[in-house]
Design a protein around this ligand. Structure first.
Ligand SMILES: [Zn+2]
Length: 411
């Protein structure tokens, strides 16, 4: 009898599945693609967004160009485009940390193509991945202890985004980097050094973020003793620890030093990004602690926000330094991110360049999946009041930073 019941249930179930697949297949077939295929010339993930740039060689005047993700249903992203000599160049966003929010995609297999509208007439074009990155892998940020793996590669002559549930180990959401450590004490004033304060803060922040269900990796855990050297590169270095975590964000903590009159909080970012998260963090710190936006004006792009790339004279002197060592200079431009922790965790998008030609090597320098990284200078250790505030009210700093992170990346 039981078997009969199961049989009775299986038949309508199979019927339902076959109807469903007919609908999906026929929907899929309803797209008539043009002969011309658009090219993808740049494809990367920065933080938790996918960005791509491409070209379509076709002499048409477009009213609208969209990127379609099709999994039975269409999800559309309006593209920015310009036309020059019958070539249409398109991109999702000019900001590195904008584009397709990968965490918002449901578990599904998505065919990706262009939808071009001219005078209300629609044409579809497939997308050929011309980049060196034939297969790009990403893990979404945990929600209720679940996360997905996303695979981006060409399939059936067009780009494909496959979202599948993941149970893989050692996948992190966030990296917290306590600046300096061991023999590198950082800046020290009145018996206080950066290495101790940054580590205490990093550990507290990890704890708080984990209470919210995120998985957090520290780049260093405990030792602040004089004899330990924390490497930057190599398999146990900060960069490798950060990159192998498959995290999406990195927050590196420091205290600044300067003239007695210098005071306040600074957050450093890479260039060409949307500053929403940076604003949110620095505003939250200022609102919930006794500190203020830093009074330092060099590299400042907004209250408390600083974007630091190489300057011409820095590039020239660095080139000379390498030439003297008979090493071919790196391809550094005024677009290259200056601080190593932001640059080297940001792949080609931030101009990571440590490729082994000068002793050190970052295995991930050429990646197209980068961490969205920030350096936070939480006040000046050279200023007695700044140091006192961060030591006395560390919990307030930690909770202010945590609130801003959760609000922005777990929505
Ligand atoms: Zn420092």
């Amino acid at each position: 009898m039981e078997k009969e019941k199961i049989k009775l249930l299986i038949i309508p179930f199979l019927f339902f599945i076959s109807i469903l697949s007919i609908i999906v297949i026929s929907n899929n077939l309803s797209y008539k693609f043009e002969e011309e295929i658009a090219n993808i010339n740049e494809l990367y993930i920065y933080g938790n967004h996918l960005n791509l740039k491409g070209t379509l060689e076709k002499n048409i005047n477009l009213d609208k160009l969209e990127l379609v993700l099709f999994n039975g249903k269409e999800k559309k992203y309006e593209l920015l485009f310009e036309k020059q000599n019958n070539i249409i160049s398109f991109y999702i966003s000019s900001k590195k940390n904008n584009g397709i929010l990968l965490d918002s995609l449901n578990i599904s297999n998505n065919m990706v193509f262009l939808k071009a509208t001219t005078n209300k007439k629609v044409k579809y074009y497939k997308l050929h991945n011309k980049t060196d990155y034939k297969e790009t892998e990403y893990y979404t940020i945990r929600k209720n202890n679940n996360f997905n793996k996303i695979l981006i590669k060409e399939s059936k002559d067009t780009l494909n985004i496959n979202v599948i549930p993941s149970k893989e180990d050692n996948i992190y959401d966030i990296v917290v980097d306590a600046g300096h450590g061991g023999i590198d004490k950082g800046a020290c004033y009145n018996g206080e050094c950066e290495r101790g304060i940054t580590l205490a803060l990093a550990k507290k922040l990890k704890q708080e973020l984990e209470k919210e269900g995120l998985k957090v990796k520290l780049t260093r855990e405990d030792d602040i003793t004089d004899d330990i050297k924390f490497e930057t590169y190599g398999t146990d270095g900060r960069i490798d620890r950060a990159m192998s975590s498959k995290a999406k964000y990195l927050f590196s903590f420091h205290l600044n030093s300067g003239l007695q009159s210098m005071t306040g909080t600074e957050i450093y970012t890479t260039n060409n990004i949307d500053y929403t998260l940076a604003h949110s963090i620095v505003n939250s710190i200022v609102k919930n602690t006794n500190t203020n936006y830093s009074n330092n004006s060099i590299f400042r792009v907004d209250k408390g926000i600083y974007t630091r790339t190489f300057r011409e004279h820095e590039i020239t002197s660095f080139e000379k330094e390498l030439k003297d060592k008979k090493i071919e200079p790196y391809n550094i431009t005024t677009n290259t991110t200056y601080y190593y922790i932001i640059r080297e965790t940001g792949g080609f998008m931030n101009g990571a360049y440590v490729d082994g030609r000068d002793n050190e090597k970052n295995e991930y320098y050429n990646t197209n999946v980068g961490l969205e990284s920030y350096i936070m200078e939480l006040g000046y250790i050279s200023n007695i009041e700044d140091t006192k505030d961060i030591k006395d009210n560390m919990d307030k700093y930690v909770s202010a930073i945590k609130e801003a992170i959760i609000e922005n990346i777990c929505k």
